[in-house]
Design a protein around this ligand. Structure first.
Ligand SMILES: Nc1ncnc2c1ncn2[C@@H]1O[C@H](COP(=O)(O)OP(=O)(O)OP(=O)(O)O)[C@@H](O)[C@H]1O
Length: 283
């Protein structure tokens, strides 16, 4: 990493969002191979493999406790933050193992961003500083002009620029829940991730904010590979091209029962358990 922000800068502030003058990083495919995960001696995932194709939205669906969030957190090395947590298997970002001991943890987090269920901006920090907060964490240096550019383009991509462009110095905590979630998306985008993981990003939001986030996701998927955990079957159908159905039988670790094209999973699932779940018959 050269420590510099990618892309051009110098768009006069207060005007229309700037268009990037350079191509973004090519779209990336994320591949999980035979992921097994434990908390202490309790196995919660068993040999889960899934390819999350470049430029697509992949939904992870399934009943509570079947390991969807654990799987998502393994995809950007957050699982290892839990002291008792261990795992086996590999996660490849465009063929490169993110758990390679030679690779820095911060690299995985930079390339693979995460948006959480509850919007978590730094409440007292300005909207502007919230967006660029990740630069420091990833050791990325940027000039004032580069920061201005990043703030504007990231907020525009997150669908928030127009609403906040005149109050960039106001605290992030003063925004509505839906706006805060889009601010968190902008913060993730500012470090130019190649994959964005979203853990039930709309579950704390009203239907209007949910719709705005979903529209934002569909736009973002053109340049960032997205993986979303959702309990909302309509949302999975609206936003994702691919779906994976997780299930944990009583006392057993979670597995993927079925995955594939979202429309096919909902219209003609192969496994009867998938049929029951997508039709609201259990879970
Ligand atoms: N920090 C932790 N320590 C111990 N066990 C955990 C921890 N986090 C999750 N688990 C357990 O791992 C299993 C999988 O949990 P996980 O949160 O991944 O499921 P999920 O499918 O995302 O559930 P939900 O849909 O309710 O969010 C559960 O049995 C849960 O109790």
């Amino acid at each position: 990493m050269d420590g510099a922000v990618q892309g051009p800068h110098a768009t006069p502030p207060g005007t229309q969002p700037a268009e990037p003058e350079e191509a973004a990083a090519p779209l990336a495919t994320l591949q999980a191979n035979r992921i097994t995960a434990w908390f202490g001696d309790r196995k919660v995932l068993d040999r889960v493999s899934l390819t999350m194709p470049a430029g697509q939205v992949t939904s992870l669906i399934g009943p509570s406790g079947c390991g969807k969030s654990t799987f998502l957190r393994i995809l950007n090395r957050m699982h290892e933050l839990v002291p008792s947590a261990t795992l086996a298997g590999e996660v490849l970002l465009d063929g490169e193992d993110i758990y390679d001991p030679k690779k820095k943890l911060v690299e995985a987090r930079k390339h693979i961003g995460m948006v959480f269920q509850k919007p978590n901006p730094f409440p007292a920090m300005s909207i502007y500083d919230n967006v660029i907060a990740g630069l420091k964490l990833t050791g990325t240096k940027a000039s004032r002009e580069q920061k201005d550019y990043l703030v504007e383009t990231s907020l525009a991509k997150a669908g928030l620029w127009k609403e906040v462009k005149d109050r960039l110095r106001s605290p992030g905590g003063g925004l509505s829940g839906g706006q805060q979630q889009r601010l968190c998306i902008a913060r993730s985008l500012a470090v130019t991730p190649r994959v964005l993981l979203m853990d039930e990003p709309c579950s704390a939001l009203d239907p209007t904010s949910t719709r705005v986030i979903e529209e934002t996701m569909l736009e973002l998927a053109k340049e960032v590979t997205i993986v979303i955990v959702t309990h909302n079957m309509q949302q999975a159908q609206r936003v994702s091209q691919q779906c994976a159905f997780f299930l944990a039988a009583h006392g057993k670790p979670g597995v993927i029962v079925e995955h594939g094209d979202t429309a096919a999973m909902f219209d003609s699932p192969i496994d009867p358990r998938t049929f029951d779940y997508v039709n609201g018959r259990f879970g």
